[in-house]
Design a protein around this ligand. Structure first.
Ligand code: HEC
Length: 132
């Protein structure tokens, strides 16, 4: 009886560890295109990055700040781009010289914070995706 319980416990632990061992993914998305060492975006980690780097222009409520940045929720741009494409677009930004620029206002590369790495960009992109 005690032995049986132990075997079941070990079996359960093995299952749990197997489930946690794989790369994280968000929304069932694939991690195939993510570079080694980088896991798919973590929307919770993205909240802090958003608050620290993006909210000045896009607003703490993501509704945009007049004369500085556009709304990011709801946003067709965020909804229509994959996680990777969104992270890439944040990485390059959209200067006033970019033909796609819609407002005549500058979206600086990485929101103006060069210290953001690929993981940070995926995290903040995942946060935006979670709200769209
Ligand atoms: C200095 C102000 C500023 C900061 C800081 C900033 N942005 Fe922007 N962002 C803009 C502006 C202005 C645009 C619109 C550019 C245009 O006219 O096309 C924009 C556009 C965007 C877009 C495209 C939206 C669309 O509808 O086309 C995304 C996504 C975005 N920003 C994400 C971010 C994220 C994430 C951060 C933080 C890492 C950030 N931005 C930081 C000013 C800023």
């Amino acid at each position: 009886m005690r032995m049986g319980g132990l075997i079941i416990l070990v079996a359960l632990l093995t299952l749990v560890l197997a489930a946690c061992g794989g790369a994280r993914s968000v929304g069932g998305g694939t991690t195939a295109t993510v570079p080694p060492g980088v896991v798919a975006g973590d929307p919770v980690a993205g909240i802090e990055i958003y608050k620290g780097v993006c909210s000045t222009c896009h607003g703490a409520d993501l509704k945009g700040v007049g004369g500085l940045g556009t709304p990011l929720a709801p946003s067709a741009f965020v909804a229509d781009h994959s996680l990777d494409a969104l992270a890439e677009s944040i990485k390059v930004g959209r200067s006033v010289r970019d033909p796609d620029n819609a407002t005549g206002l500058d979206m600086p590369p990485k929101g103006g914070n060069p210290s953001l790495d690929d993981q940070d960009l995926l995290d903040v992109a995942a946060y935006l995706k979670a709200l769209n």
